[in-house]
Design a protein around this ligand. Structure first.
Ligand code: F6R
Length: 230
C-alpha cells in the first residue's frame, strides 16, 4: 500500500512558481549535469519564467544540464505553432541556456537516449485535468511504455484551449515507466479546476484510471496553490 502524499501549499500561482524555482535551482546546483524531463502546458510557465530570471541574474546555471521532451502531437511540422517541442524550446531550453536536449521522435530513439543519459534525474510534471501525466491518458498502468496513442476527448479539449484551434488526435508520450523511474519527480498543480483530480492522485487508490496516482511510488514533491488543494 502506497501512502498518502501531502503537497506543499502556496498562496497562489506566483508563490508556486517561486517555490518550484527554488526546488529546481537546488537540484541543478547540486548536480550541474541534471537530466530533466520537461512538461509544457500552462502550469509550469511562471516557474520557467522565474528560472529564466535567475539565469539572467547569474544566480543559477543550466548550461550543462539536459532537457528531455515529455510529449508531442503526431503529424505536425517543426514550424507548427502547436509544436510542444517549440513551446519547450521557447519557454525552457533557450531562456535557461541549455545546450543539451533530447527530443521525443520515436520510442526506440527515446529509450536509447534516456539510457545514454543514465536515466532521468528530475521529471517536472503538470497534472492533466483527467489525471494524465505527459500524454499517458487514463487508463495507463505504471509500466506503460513510451508510445504513440490517441488523445482522449478531455485532452483534445484542454489542449485546444492552448492554441484556440484543434490539436492532432494522435500523440507520442514518454512512458509511465520512464516517468516513474526518474530519481526525483516534481508535480506542479494550480487552479480550482484541478482540485478533484489532485485529491484523487494523492489520496485516492493507485489506479490506471488516474495515472498520476502512481507518482506516490516515486521520490515525489508536489507543489500546489491553495485553489488546487483547500
Ligand atoms: C504537457 C503535458 C501535460 C500537462 C497537463 C497539464 O507537456 O505533459 O500532461 O502537464 O495536461 O496542463 P496544464 O498545466 O496546462 O493544466
Amino acid at each position: 500500500m502506497v501512502g498518502e502524499v501531502t503537497p506543499t501549499i502556496q498562496a497562489d500561482a506566483e508563490q508556486l512558481a517561486q517555490a518550484a524555482a527554488d526546488f529546481i535551482t537546488a537540484q541543478v546546483r547540486a548536480n550541474p549535469h541534471l537530466s530533466i524531463l520537461v512538461a509544457t502546458g500552462n502550469t509550469p510557465m511562471p516557474t520557467y519564467a522565474e528560472l529564466a530570471r535567475r539565469v539572467e541574474a547569474g544566480d543559477v546555471d543550466f548550461s550543462r544540464a539536459t532537457a528531455v521532451q515529455l510529449d508531442e502531437y503526431l503529424g505536425i511540422e517543426d514550424d507548427d505553432p502547436r509544436s510542444l517541442w517549440n513551446w519547450m524550446r521557447r519557454s525552457f531550453v533557450e531562456p535557461l541556456g541549455l545546450t543539451r536536449t533530447v527530443r521525443l521522435h520515436s520510442p526506440g530513439q527515446f529509450g536509447a537516449a534516456i539510457r545514454d543519459l543514465g536515466g532521468l534525474d528530475l521529471a517536472i510534471l503538470g497534472l492533466g485535468p483527467n489525471g494524465h501525466l505527459g500524454f499517458n491518458e487514463p487508463p495507463s498502468p505504471p509500466d506503460a511504455p513510451t508510445r504513440t496513442l490517441a488523445l482522449t476527448p478531455a485532452s483534445l479539449e484542454s489542449n485546444r484551449a492552448y492554441w484556440g484551434v484543434a490539436v492532432p488526435a494522435g500523440a507520442i508520450t514518454a512512458g509511465m515507466d520512464v516517468i516513474l523511474a526518474a530519481r526525483q519527480t516534481l508535480l506542479l498543480v494550480s487552479g480550482a479546476h484541478k482540485r478533484g483530480v489532485l485529491h484523487a492522485a494523492l489520496r485516492g487508490p493507485e489506479t490506471p484510471e488516474v495515472p498520476a496516482s502512481f507518482l506516490r511510488r516515486t521520490a515525489l514533491t508536489v507543489i500546489a496553490d491553495e485553489a488546487a488543494w483547500t
